[in-house]
Design a protein around this ligand. Structure first.
Ligand code: ADP
Ligand code: GN1
Ligand code: MG
Length: 364
């Protein structure tokens, strides 16, 4: 679909002039464009057409991001030497003073300053990068721990709730809306076999043993930007920042930071969880959060990567069975291939669970 990027850009208030706009990044949800400006020494921008089928209340979603970025910016201001424009997302106001616009066709758009000289990784190839990623998320959680103003709006209700995800999964298998269940028998069994054990984090929450905190909920590694020296820089993609358990963020980061292959790797033999990357991420993360987590939170950290990898596999598989309505896909079997890759990764985590527990207990 072609959009009038210049026209949309001009609805936002900047001092700079549109040069060109190109699709950017590898996110699965929004349509993201890098807007270059004529002025060479000034900011470029990230312009996004928001997915309002997935995020049903864009004003509330944007309000969350406004609150979070104002709070982060205030924290950074008190930190000597911080580079606020690169360590925190900056929303650009529209001409009518909002942080988003709706175009003539009813599309929602928002714009951020492009974070310059960052590095973004879909696959992590060194413990140093994993460590810095862990620090970035740990710091983010720590900075948000005292955000005033009450709980954030739940932009996608029950987002990581595995009981809910399993309910939808079972419903879609029964409905079999596009006749694909027959192609996914083995994967469906792999999911169903593990359903009970995956409910433990929810149970601990219900029992009051682990607290709800402000979490990001989508900490895949390409939502963590490193700087030009591969040091901690910024957490982006704030659409799902809302109340959650720390395990969700820890788990999702390990799912992507410690995977030796791409999220959708077709050759399953290439997929493993690299225990050294796991260890390095954990060290970085706990260096920022070790003091604040309670003992039960720490005890279950090693369980989290398996849970989140399972959850994402289940979501990819549900989307495949449901006819690809949620995640952007690049070919017909993409969601099935993603689910297979994630299930393989989960099994690699299962094999190394004992080792993961030992590493966390040494670090805590
Ligand atoms: P999605 O929800 O579709 O993943 P994101 O908000 O994560 O959308 O944006 C998609 C990609 O665009 C990111 O993975 C990142 O590469 C890039 N990106 C987003 N915001 C910025 C920014 N402010 N500066 C630089 N790159 C960005
Ligand atoms: C989506 O938005 P993006 O591409 O960073 C998804 C995550 C999944 C991820 C799998 C809002 O993340 O939950 O883990 O794809 N985001 C949403 O790659 O559903
Ligand atoms: Mg993203």
């Amino acid at each position: 679909m072609a959009y009038y990027l210049k026209e949309i850009f001009d609805y936002f208030v900047t001092d700079n002039n549109f040069l060109n706009g190109e699709p950017y990044g590898s996110g699965h949800i929004h349509d993201t464009f890098l807007i270059k400006t004529v002025e060479k020494d000034k900011d470029d921008y990230i312009l996004q057409r928001l997915n309002n089928k997935i995020f049903k209340n864009i004003p509330e979603l944007q309000h969350n991001i406004e609150r979070v970025t104002v709070h982060l910016r205030n924290k950074l201001k008190t930190k000597p030497g911080s580079d606020i424009k690169r360590e925190c997302l900056s929303l650009i106001p529209s001409r009518d003073g909002k942080s988003w616009i709706v175009d003539k066709e009813g599309n929602y758009w928002r714009m951020f300053i492009f974070i310059s000289n960052h590095r973004s990784y879909n696959i992590v190839d060194s413990p140093g990068k994993a460590f810095e990623g862990g620090k970035t998320i740990g710091r983010f959680q720590a900075m948000l721990s005292d955000m005033p103003g009450g709980p954030l709006f739940e932009t996608i209700p029950r987002f990581h709730n595995i009981e809910y995800r399993l309910e939808i999964f079972n419903l879609k298998i029964k409905e079999n809306p596009v006749g694909r269940v027959v192609n996914a028998g083995e994967e469906i069994n792999q999911v169903l076999q593990r359903a009970e054990e995956m409910k433990i984090i929810l149970k601990l929450g219900k029992e009051g043993k682990i607290p709800l905190r402000i979490t990001h909920n989508d900490t895949k590694f390409n939502n963590i930007l490193l700087d030009e020296n591969d040091k901690a820089l910024c957490v982006i993609d704030l659409d799902t920042v809302m109340p959650g358990y720390v395990h969700y963020d820890f788990g999702d980061a390990i799912r992507t930071a410690a995977n030796t292959a791409a999220e959708d790797e077709k050759d399953l033999s290439m997929i493993n969880m690299d225990i050294n990357l796991f260890k390095a991420y954990s060290e970085g993360y706990l260096s920022e959060t070790g003091e604040t987590l309670n003992d039960v939170e720490k005890e279950y950290l090693a369980f989290a990567p398996g849970l989140i990898t399972y959850t994402i596999a289940l979501r990819f598989l549900t989307d495949y069975i449901n006819g690809d309505n949620y995640f952007k896909i690049h070919h017909e079997l993409h969601n099935l291939q993603r689910a297979r890759a994630q299930l393989r990764l989960m099994m690699s985590m299962e094999e190394q669970y004992g080792e993961m527990k030992k590493i966390i207990s040494k670090l805590t």
